[in-house]
Design a protein around this ligand. Structure first.
Ligand SMILES: [Zn+2]
Length: 480
């Protein structure tokens, strides 16, 4: 996600694939979803089947799923966005998910929606699921959309469907349960395979994750392999520009945009630059989608949402590049965005600076970007110190532990970017770029973390970087 208030802005039916996914011997969860969008009452009615693979070393008796749509329920705390004023075009509005039935291998199963915020669905398997075993879990549910300019919800021009379905929690010594958050992206999931069949009124144009194929009954089948989430956007007003670069079809879906050609161009350049710097984009398409969105933008696999509320060109460019960089850091290389937000946001923000360094024609000088980041960060520390007496500068915190939006943005995005800039100074450009390429290769289609990133970089740099990272991440380094 990109926050634009930052001071630095100068601005199978294969159930799973066994071998061959990124060259790794991995089993993937397989989601098959049939969803019908009804714009009379703004609901999405879904039948979902998940072939869930127990990739842990433990015997499982339940599978937990994250229910993002409940983030929009009435009375929910935290509220879905800290940008409340721009989020609700027509006053506060609410949405939710109604789970109607759950089956496990064809039999009715017990389930419960847990946590105070109703963020977790627990499905009881009624049997023991051994390591490497697969179980089929079916669900029937309805998602009611809020009138909100956000990842999930409808605005004046677009209907956004980000993480609209129950998505399996990652298993690490137990299922990882992230709560909701007003700041940041409270998401964490495993790379999976998807087949999503969508029905919607014919006047809408669809942008989505994966490859689309219109069926004889008018529905659209979207297939996506090796992605960690699935999103789509509908609009009656979408126009589409497409261009192929390095074998990737880059789409720009837009309305009311006199710079559409240029926005498609910079999107293509971002793909090219990041392929050079980090490694190949392993999908056939990428859609950059102008949407009703309350701030900057949001990343999903093969699809990024860019807010139509951004009025200046430089910021719009910056957000496009930032969200596309997330295809590498979050999309292909994952991490828990709730506990390790700086890992993907810091690297993504720094990658955005690298793009402008490589593409000088945009007039955004790398040194100026870093200088502004540094000045912005120092100002944040100065203001917070004088108001609160002290300021927590640590980066490795749960989203719920950041007290304010500026604290979150400065400690994850800005300080993250300064960290990687300092690391490049320390290692030299060549060695630093080798670290990025190796990190991408090592964690392609996997989940990384703070510890894994340090380990990977240390190995590539042939030097122990633990203290270097710790001094930044724990907040001890004096930034001057
Ligand atoms: Zn971001």
């Amino acid at each position: 996600m990109k926050k634009i208030a930052v001071l630095i802005l100068v601005v199978t039916l294969l159930p799973f694939c066994l071998v061959g996914c990124g060259g790794k011997d991995e089993k993937r969860n397989f989601y098959s979803i049939e969803a019908v969008f009804n714009d009379d009452d703004m609901t999405l009615t879904c039948s979902q089947s998940v072939e869930y693979v127990n990739t842990s070393e433990n015997i499982l008796t339940e599978v937990d799923f994250f229910l993002y749509p409940n983030s929009f329920a009435e009375g929910q705390t935290p509220v879905p966005s800290s940008y409340k004023a721009s989020a609700y075009p027509n006053g506060e509005s609410f949405g939710c998910m109604e789970m109607e039935s759950v089956k496990v291998t064809g039999q009715s199963a017990e389930f419960v929606v847990e946590e105070e915020d109703k963020s977790i669905l627990v499905v009881y398997l009624g049997k023991e699921l051994y390591p490497d075993e697969v179980v089929e879990i079916e669900m029937e549910y309805t998602v009611s959309l809020a009138n909100i300019n956000h990842r999930l919800g409808y605005g004046e021009k677009t209907v956004n469907f980000g993480t609209f379905f129950p998505i399996a929690c990652v298993y690490e010594n137990g299922f990882v349960r992230n709560g909701f958050s007003s700041s940041g992206d409270p998401f964490y999931s495993d790379i999976s395979n998807f087949e999503v069949k969508l029905s919607f009124p014919e006047e809408y144009v669809l942008a989505s994750t994966g490859n689309q194929e219109v069926q004889s009954d008018g529905t659209v089948l979207c297939e996506a392999e090796n992605v960690r989430d699935f999103a789509f956007v509908l609009s009656k007003e979408f126009e589409l520009l497409s261009k192929e670069t390095n074998g990737v079809t880059v789409n720009y879906y837009y309305y009311k945009d006199e710079n559409a050609e240029e926005n498609l161009e910079i999107s293509c350049e971002a793909v090219e630059t990041f392929e050079d710097l980090f490694g190949q984009y392993p999908y056939k398409q990428l859609s950059v989608v102008r949407t009703n969105f309350c701030f900057g933008g949001m990343e999903y696999p093969n699809l990024v949402m860019i807010s139509d509320s951004i009025t200046d060109k430089e910021t719009y460019n910056y957000v496009i590049v930032h969200e596309i960089a997330h295809q590498w850091w979050y999309g292909v290389v994952g991490n828990n965005e709730y506990t390790d937000a700086w890992v993907d946001e810091g690297l993504t923000e720094y990658s955005t600076a690298l793009f402008f360094e490589e593409n000088e024609k945009y007039g955004l000088d790398y040194d100026v970007v870093m200088k502004n980041a540094l000045n912005g960060y120092k100002k944040f520390v100065e203001i917070y110190s004088s108001v609160l007496g002290e300021v927590d500068e640590s980066m490795q915190r749960d989203l719920s532990e950041f007290l304010t939006e500026p604290e979150y943005v400065n400690c994850t995005y800005t300080k993250g970017m300064l960290l990687f800039d300092s690391l490049r100074d320390t290692l030299g450009k060549q060695k630093f770029e080798k670290c990025l390429k190796n990190y991408y290769k090592e964690y392609k289609f996997e989940n990384s973390s703070y510890e894994k990133l340090v380990k990977s970089f240390s190995k590539s740099a042939n030097r122990d970087l633990e203290n270097f990272f710790a001094s930044w991440v724990e907040g001890n380094v004096k930034i001057a």
